[in-house]
Ligand binder design. Structure first.
Ligand SMILES: *Cc1c(COP(=O)(O)O)cnc(C)c1O
Length: 527
């Protein structure tokens, strides 16, 4: 078979194993026997000596491997982590990316339009997120001029802390010495010594684990991350008074990392533009950097502008005052793994960190036509990168702001339906308890949790024994999937709605029915 025939027939074979017939619901997990069957087909190294050829290999992939993969994309009821699915147009775009296999490293306007498509995708996304850029060529273009694609929110958080580190140390260098460069040039030890900085701290509330990982990667250390939680009832909220006290410490430079939203609860570190305004004033006064980890939470800004979502828009108001922002593409935007986005106000700071020195063949030629776009390799981590902007571009064009808003609204409505049922439904409320949904811990605020609910629902079974087993029972069903976590020291169950496949009424009825069934079975059978 020639390569063209192989490729065109391979796609039909892929669809045969990946498609979900209308009206059916795919399994969330392969069965244990499917998994062990697949495992038994993995080759030994000796088997690699003679190649099997593309056709036998593709058969192995579609018949043995594919059935043993999880249903992140095929099932709308995969509520674990925040996985997202892949919109069909994004999948199609991703196939085009592989078929043409362009690397985006240097902006070469005379040779490829790829960097311009990437930039258009980033600008469109800024627009959808209400970060105020506009596609025109007015003054607005200077804002969020440091913008790039990454592999995910973890990589974006690494970029955010790297840029923050560069900026907070540079702001403390003695006048005149900045020509020698900051951390990017001198290294952390040299630059901190020159700047009189003895410590760099990251101030947060329930920061995502990847924030600590990023702190380690950029040389600050996991222990640099300080939890400044507002209260035991609202631990996701940032204690702004504590932030102010920390910023006053002598010889210490700070990065403020705003959790928007927090991954266990979906709740937000700031309550609105007032909090963000205060943080901005504090950061300006004490030369701190504000990084927003908005992996999935920032999409609350893209919900329909109706009263239904007013509370969520309020929580995410003011995030545009940040110095840098992390966004995930493979979560709520429903593009394939792996896609993250990083925004920062200027391109000078990422350039100070990520510049490739002395590689003339990598430098950007002065364009004779087309816009000036910083070469991606000088503002982000990778030199060679996949054209992962294309699926994002495709989704934004295909759905438009209205389509994205509608998709996000369906996710929120299902999450709120589930939260409301757990809190109020006669068949559920005696057996389950909704967690982390109130604003203040007051009973009156606690009764529905609806307005505060974004796409995450945190809850537990009231019976200790059932609570220990709840996540396992749900996962073992293969029909739906949730993540386990701990809340206030005890196991808890977490539903994150993140797929375009959400069907609000149908999925709500399903979840209610299964939760009621699990509780009933537990009471009757004691297991
Ligand atoms: C998922 C998530 C991350 C990590 O994102 P990856 O895309 O898995 O790298 C970071 N922060 C928050 C708030 C998240 O939800």
């Amino acid at each position: 078979m020639d390569s063209e025939t192989f490729l065109s027939t391979s796609y039909a074979r892929i669809r045969a194993v990946a498609s979900v017939p209308p009206g059916t619901s795919a399994r969330t997990l392969p069965s244990p026997s499917t998994l062990s069957q697949a495992r038994s087909t993995l080759p030994t190294t000796a088997a690699l000596l003679s190649g099997r050829g593309p056709e036998a290999t593709l058969s192995h992939l579609t018949s043995d491997i594919a059935p043993a993969l999880a249903g992140h994309n095929r099932s709308g009821r995969y509520y674990g982590f925040v996985t997202g699915s892949t919109l069909p147009v994004a999948e199609a775009a991703d196939n085009l990316v592989s078929a043409l296999d362009n690397s985006l490293q240097v902006h070469l306007p005379g040779q490829s339009v790829a960097t311009e498509v990437e930039d258009a995708a980033l600008r469109l996304l800024l627009e959808v997120l209400g970060l105020g850029l506009g596609l025109g060529s007015g003054d607005e273009n200077g804002r969020w001029e440091g913008r790039t694609f990454t592999t995910g929110a973890t990589a974006s958080n690494v970029l955010g802390l790297a840029c923050g580190r560069e900026a907070v140390v540079a702001a403390r260098l003695p006048p005149g010495s900045t020509n020698d460069g900051g951390v990017g040039e001198l290294g952390l030890l040299g630059a901190c010594a020159a700047a009189g900085v003895k410590e760099i701290q990251v101030l947060t509330s329930m920061g995502h684990s990847s924030l600590s990982k990023a702190a380690s990667v950029v040389g600050l250390g996991r222990r640099a991350v300080k939890e400044l939680r507002y209260s035991e009832v609202e631990p996701w909220r940032l204690d702004l008074d504590a932030v102010e006290r920390e910023l006053q410490r002598e010889g210490v430079a700070s990065i403020i990392a705003v959790s928007a939203g927090e991954v266990n609860t979906g709740r937000f570190a700031t309550t609105g533009s007032g909090d963000m305004r205060r943080l901005r004033d504090l950061a300006d006064k004490y030369k701190a950097w504000i990084h927003v980890d908005g992996a999935f939470g920032i999409f609350a800004r893209s919900l329909p502008a109706t009263s239904e979502f007013a509370r969520l828009r309020e929580f995410t108001a003011g995030l545009e005052l940040a110095d840098s922002i992390t966004v995930d593409g493979h979560k709520l935007l429903n593009v394939p793994y792996d896609t993250g986005i990083f925004f920062t106000r200027t391109s000078t700071i990422p350039q100070a960190v990520f510049q490739n020195p002395n590689a003339v063949y990598l430098s950007t030629p002065t364009p004779s036509s087309g816009p000036t776009i910083p070469s991606p390799l000088n503002i982000g981590l990778e030199n060679s990168r996949r054209f992962r902007a294309l699926p994002v571009y495709a989704v934004l064009l295909s759905e438009g702001a209205a389509g994205i808003a509608d998709m996000l609204a369906r996710m929120v409505r299902l999450a709120r339906g589930i939260a409301g049922a757990i809190a109020r439904d006669e068949k559920l409320k005696h057996d389950y308890e909704l967690l982390a949904a109130s604003s203040t811990g007051d009973e009156k605020d606690n009764d529905d949790g609806n307005e505060n609910t974004h796409i995450v629902v945190l809850f537990r079974a009231r019976d200790e024994g059932l609570n220990e087993k709840l996540v396992e029972k749900i996962q073992a069903s293969g029909e739906w999937y949730v993540s386990g976590t701990k809340w206030e020291g005890r196991p808890a169950c977490r539903i994150a709605v993140s797929s375009w496949r959400v069907k609000v009424d149908e999925d709500l009825a399903f979840v209610k029915d299964r939760l009621a069934g699990i509780a009933k079975e537990w009471k009757e059978g004691g297991k």
